[in-house]
Each structure stands twice: as C-alpha cells, then as structure tokens.
Ligand binder design. Sequence first.
Ligand code: ADP
Length: 234
Amino acid sequence: NTASGTALKVTNLSKSFGGVKAVDNITLNIANGEILGLIGPNGSGKTTFINLISGLYAPDHGTVEIAGTHPAPGSLMSAFAAGGARTFQNLQPFSGLTALESIMVCQRNSTKAEAIGWLRTVNLDNKSRLLCSEMSYGDLRFLEIARALATRPRLLMLDEPAAGMSMPDITRLIELVTSIKRAGIPVLLIEHHQDVVAELCDRVAVMDGGRMIALGTPDQVRSDPKVIEAYLGV
Ligand code: ADP
C-alpha cells in the first residue's frame, strides 16, 4: 500500500543510550522515488537512525512507517517484510558462498537468471562464480547493494557505501545509484563524501547531537551556517 506516496514516514523518533540522546525527536519523510541523504559529524546519530528504521533497535518514542505499513518496533524481519532493505557500514560478506549464491539466498523469488540479472546491474556478472572471500573490497560493496536490490525493496538504506572505495568505484557507485533512482526505488543514503551527496541526493537531512538541524537541497544545506558550525565543532 503506497497510496500515500511515501516510502518512509518517521514521526518524533527518539532513542537514548544511557544518558546519550542518540536520536532526539526526528520527524522526516522520504517520498517515493526520492533519494534522501543523511549526513552529520561522527556520533551525530546517523547509524542509530538507520538502525531504528531497519528494525535493529526499537525506539523509545515515535513511529516508523515503511511504504504505508508499520513494522513491529525492533523487528528486523518485520521491517524487511514491509520492504526495507539495508547495507551495512562494515561489510558482512557470506564468505563461504559465491557471488551468485549470495544473491540467490536474498531473493524473494530465487531463480538463477534473476540473480545473474542483479549481478549484471552492478557489473559483477563476469564474477558470479567467485567466492565472496576472493572478491575485492569494492566489488563486495557492490555485491552487498545487489543483495539488497534482489529483495525488491520499497526503501533502500545505504550506510556509507563509498567508505573506503577507490575513485573509479565511487564513479561506478554514482552511476549505480542514479540507475536505482531511475528505477523509482527510494533511497536513504548515509554518506560522508560531499560530491556523492551533491550528485545524487534530492534532499539532504543534517544531524548533530541526535537532532535534525537542517533539511534541504544539497546546495541549501552546504551553505547553512548551522551545518557549517556543526562540522567545525564550534
Ligand atoms: P553516527 O552514525 O552519526 O556516527 P551513532 O548513531 O553511531 O552516530 O552514535 C550516536 C551516539 O549514540 C553516540 O554518542 C554514540 O556513542 C551513541 N551510541 C550509538 N550506539 C550505541 C550503543 N549501542 N550503545 C551505547 N551508545 C551508543
């Protein structure tokens, strides 16, 4: 049910660890087909935010709606069933599987032809028989995105996909996310690389100290004094 046209609807979301308000009363929507960037200094709450949406953590307060449904709080399976798919900042490859097999275990409908199609989407179809343990760091990052795409997500969450990537791989990543956008898949993109954010994102949300301090186009947030201040640590 996407009648609302909203891929993600987050209302008054909060999560604390001890005395630390990691996510502090965030309200944010992602429209269908939109690419929303989430940036902010280290420790500002980005990972906690994505962990709340993907069901890794239950919020203390607030609600999460993915593609029109309310997943059970703190349930990865429920968030996945609602159409949420994510990648992780730290790679979690299936070392004992080939590239092709690692796609097939993620698909909702596991035909081999379809799995090869997902590998082709990320330009890895010529490496389908390689073991994940034999693949390069950059290729594993692309494989992880292919695995998330294979679940046919209604909201794709990418947690720092360009981290540690070479410049050619970053160019390849920008092309891939552009094609994901063209396919109409909404994306929540946590990313440090300014040029990746500026190139891909329709809007950017900026977090600092658990709060959302700015929301706008890449140009708007880049010139926002509050954002500059947050990054300079003033
Ligand atoms: P970011 O992803 O922007 O670097 P995080 O969401 O990782 O920020 O962290 C936000 C704040 O919450 C930090 O102060 C961090 O130390 C704290 N935090 C995050 N996860 C945990 C956890 N599992 N236990 C305790 N504190 C945490």
